[in-house]
Each structure stands twice: as C-alpha cells, then as structure tokens.
Write a protein that binds this ligand. Structure first.
Ligand code: NAP
Ligand code: MG
Length: 497
C-alpha cells in the first residue's frame, strides 16, 4: 500500500477539536439537546470527529435566524456588487484552502484524494465563481401592456431555503445548493448528510470569513428523520432543495404539501450507457469504466446499465472486466488510489446485499463480486469494482439504484431496442451513447428520456450546463442559468401612467 501524505495542519487542528459545533445565526453552538454523534473514516472504520447533533429545536432556531436575516437583514438588500464581492471572496478562500479541503473530504467520505483534489474542490470553487458572476446580471423585464400603464417585472429571492444534501460529493453538493441561493439573495439552513458533515462545517467557517452576514447561512448537522424532516415541515421555510434517494424525495414531496413550499428534487438514477459496435471501442471502454466506477459508483448519474450491441457484447464485457480488475483500490489518502471505500458500514451492507442478489438472480460476475478484504483494507468498507453479465433489464439489479461500484452489462439488437431498453426504467437522470454515426447520436439523444445525454463521453460536468431529472429522478434543474429559476420568483408591477 502506498504511503499517505502527512495531514495538512488545518485538517489536524480541525479534527482535534473535541466537538464540531453547528452554525446558527453566525455563532458556533452545541445542539439544544446537548447530543452529539461521530463521523467515521470509511477507510478504517475509526471515528474521525464528534459533531453536534441538531434536531427539530436546532432547526427551529436556525430557521428563525435565517428568517430574520431575510426579512430584516442586509443580504437580500445589498447592492449586487457587494454581494458579488463576498461570493468572490468565498472562491478565493476555497482555493486557498483547497489542499486541506480535499484531505478533509477524503477522510470523511472515503473518495480518492486524486478525485477530491481535481474534481470536488475545484468544482465547488467554480460553482461559487459562476453564481457570483450572475449576481449583477439577473434582471426583470419591461412589458408591452396598454399605453396608460408601465408594467415591469422584479426578480426577487424566494426567501428562506432549506437545503438537504447527500454524502457522495459533500462539499460540491453544498456549493451547488448554497452558491445559487446566495447569489439570488436568499438565506439558507443547510443540513449536510450525517455520514459527511465536516467539509460543510469547514465551508461555514470560510463563508463567515468571507463576510457573509450572520444568519444568512446556517448549517445544522443531524439526521434525516429528525433534523431533515423538521426543516421540510417548518412553516417559516419558503423553499426546500433536496438531493438524495427517490424514496426520501417522495416523502419530502408529500410533507411539503401542508405549507406548499417550493420544492426541487435531485434524486436517484439507473442510467443507461449505450455502446454501438461502430463506436471507438477503446474510448468507450474507458468511458464505461469511469462512467460507473468514478467515486466508487456513488454517483446519482452513474452509467449502471451498460447496453452493448450484441455483436460487440462479449468482447466489450471482457475488456471492461479486465480494466475493472486493474483499478487500484485503497485508502483515499493514498495518491495512487483510483477507487476508495464506500462511505459507511450501512452502504457496504446495502451494496454487498445487491451483489448477493445479483448472483441469486442468475447474473455472472466477470470482475469483482464481493468485498475487498486485501491486507490493510479489512477494516474499511471496500467493495471490488464489479462487472455483471447475464443480466436482464427486468432483474432487480438492473432496476434498483445500488449506489456502489456495480455495473450490469446487457446486450441489445438494434437502435430501436437500445432506446426501448434505455428508457425502460422509472428513472431519467442521465444516459450515454457511444457511436461514430452522427445522425444516430442525434436521434438517440432526442429519444432518451433523461435530463442529461452524453455522446462519446460520460460524467462530464460544467457549471453552465443544467443538470436534473426526468421521471422519478426528480424535477428542477441545478447549475446553469436554469438554477436561478429555483431561487427567484417573479413579481409583476403595474403603474398607471
Ligand atoms: P437519503 O436518506 O436520501 O439521504 C439524503 C439526505 O436526506 C441526507 O441528508 C439525509 O439525512 C436526508 N434525509 C433522510 N431522510 C429524510 C427525511 N425523512 N426528511 C428530510 N431529510 C431526510 O440517502 P441515504 O440514506 O444516505 O442513501 C440511501 C440511498 O439513496 C443510496 O444507496 C442511494 O441509492 C441513494 N442516494 C442517492 C443520492 C443522489 O445523489 N441521487 C445521494 C445519496 C444517496 P441522513 O444523512 O441522516 O440520512
Ligand atoms: Mg439515510
């Protein structure tokens, strides 16, 4: 096993504190109940830090602080250039502390440091940079109403936003939520996932340092059924933005009905990645590999249903399996690691449960198939990158989101069959197509019911490109200009002239 580099002194001191408190109204406070919980290093199973455990009472305090900051505070009323300047300072601070943030993310989540350093942290900074740029570019319209009126629209923030995020990209998901909400002049209560609260708490410190006024961002770590549910039900919250499982998304949709909050949901996926025999095979193998094993497969848009044209199927599956066997699995802090541990013991159990289910359903593991118990990894939550063949699209391993390094390879006959199988899912988050035929690429991109379609690439992101689901993958679009619609509302003003 490679040797992990020494921890950054920022990270050491952050972890050395006896308790990481929550951020409420500009202060770092303990939970009202005094309760705490531990967050664990998934590479070793050892405790990493103790964190204040927020519940309904802490959420209430945080929401009231956000309400005051919105109703009476300076943030929504600030000159755009001043709000932009503060968000630009957030970018500078994330970049200045990038190495430490990457280590913290890897320790808490498990992901390879090569990925947290090159993807998660720079993309979080980019997200703040992009939305800082929107602050002084959002505007209303003058409307062609009758000549005795002057009619125009104001684009106003929605108000207090409750934001609930998952553990797979902890800092990046916090940035996707916070940056557009703040740029539009909203105030926020953010609940990070219980498995990975640390980078969001560190970001909270940076937000205060950047000059975000007290109460504008409140960060309450805690559990879904207590803290999360209280945030969704709170009558003083105007909007809830959620990323996570479809199951919890449906619960949030139902719970929000009583107060008719605005809701946006980024949920799960079972995305088809479709490879035609005329594709550039080498790059399709690499794309299929990273399309499903990037971030240990803990990615909502992972290409978990790999549909391969029948004539190419066996050769392609073999090549993918060989590449999967060649991936270097180890602790995330090892700079050579390509695939780290899963986030938690619970996720390990869930994913290995699906591996057993796959065998019972009659699938064949061409690569992987179980936990990785190699020397040094026994105590961590490592699962081998697994390639299943002999899968039919009606098996549970082809229908349910596994959220681990597991791909189901399935053959298709022709273009029509590829689209049919590709769309045969309750989800619709993303899809991939590999072909050299440009017309076919266009036809299939239109025919697939998914919020993102990648052609001859996979898992490519840019903050300018909207991202979100069709069908049970949710609604609302994050990133890009479209995300501003989630965090603003339009007021028409009529003036008799
Ligand atoms: P999850 O329960 O949906 O968690 C996402 C977030 O929602 C967490 O902050 C969670 O808090 C919170 N939450 C849970 N129940 C809630 C409730 N009733 N009201 C309000 N908030 C609530 O996901 P999970 O349990 O971590 O993972 C389960 C499965 O979800 C995974 O195996 C995967 O299939 C899927 N998942 C999808 C995504 C995605 O990006 N689409 C991300 C993560 C997981 P806690 O941290 O306390 O649970
Ligand atoms: Mg959960």
């Amino acid at each position: 096993m490679g040797t992990a580099r020494a921890l950054d002194s920022d990270v050491e001191s952050f972890l050395a504190a006896p308790l990481r408190r929550m951020l409420v109204d500009g202060r770092w406070v303990e939970a009202a109940s005094g309760r705490t919980f531990e967050t664990v290093n998934p590479a070793t199973g050892e405790a990493l830090a103790r964190v204040a455990e927020g519940d309904a009472e802490d959420i209430d305090r945080a929401v009231r602080a956000a309400r005051r900051a919105f109703d009476d505070g300076e943030w929504p009323r600030m000159a755009p250039r001043d709000r932009e300047r503060i968000l630009a300072r957030v970018v500078e601070l994330i970049e200045r502390h990038a190495a430490a943030l990457a280590q913290l993310e890897t320790l808490d989540n498990g992901k390879a440091i090569a990925e947290s350093a090159s993807v998660d942290i720079p993309a979080a900074a980019d997200t703040f940079r992009y939305y800082a740029g929107w602050v002084n570019k959002m505007s209303g319209e003058t409307l062609p109403s009758a000549p005795d009126f002057f009619t125009f629209t104001l684009r106003e923030p929605v108000g207090v936003c409750g934001q609930i995020i998952p553990w797979n990209f902890p800092l990046l998901m916090a940035a996707w939520k916070l940056a557009p909400a703040l740029a539009c002049g909203n105030t926020v209560v953010l609940k990070p996932a219980e498995q990975t609260p640390l980078s969001a708490l560190r970001l909270g410190e940076l937000l205060l340092e950047a000059g975000v006024p007290r109460g504008v961002v409140n960060i309450v770590p805690g559990f879904g059924p207590t803290a999360g549910a209280a945030l969704v039900r709170h009558p003083l919250v105007d909007k809830v933005a959620f990323t996570g499982s479809t199951e919890v998304g449906k619960e949030i949709h139902r719970a929000s009905a009583d107060t008719l909050k605005r809701i946006s949901l980024e949920l799960g996926g079972k995305s088809p990645n479709i490879v035609f025999a005329d594709a550039d095979i080498d790059s399709a193998v690499r794309g299929a590999l990273m399309g499903v094993f990037f971030n240990q497969g803990e990615v909502c848009c992972a290409g978990t249903r790999l549909l391969v044209e029948s004539s190419l199927h066996d050769r392609f599956a073999e090549a993918l399996a060989a590449a999967a066997r060649g991936m270097k699995q180890g602790p995330g802090l090892d700079p050579e690691t390509q695939i780290g541990p899963l986030v938690s013991a619970e996720q390990l159990e869930r994913v290995t449960g699906y591996l057993e289910l796959g065998l019972r359903e009659g699938a064949t593991p061409l690569a992987g198939g179980g936990r990785n118990l190699a020397a040094g990894l026994e105590r961590g939550y490592f699962v081998q990158p697994t390639v299943f063949t002999g899968v039919r699209n009606d098996m549970r391993i082809a229908r349910e989101e596994i959220f681990g390094p597991v791909v189901a390879v399935m053959p298709f006959r022709d273009e029509e069959d590829a689209v049919l199988q590709g769309n045969d899912t309750t989800y619709g988050l993303a899809a991939g197509v590999w072909t050299r035929d440009v017309s076919r690429a266009h036809r299939i991109a239109r025919a697939l019911r998914a919020g993102t379609v990648w052609v001859n690439c996979y898992n490519v992101f840019d903050v300018s490109a909207p991202f979100g689901g069709y069908k049970e993958s949710g609604y609302g679009r994050e990133l890009g200009r479209q995300c501003l619609d989630l965090y603003t509302q339009t007021k028409s003003v009529w003036l008799r002239v």
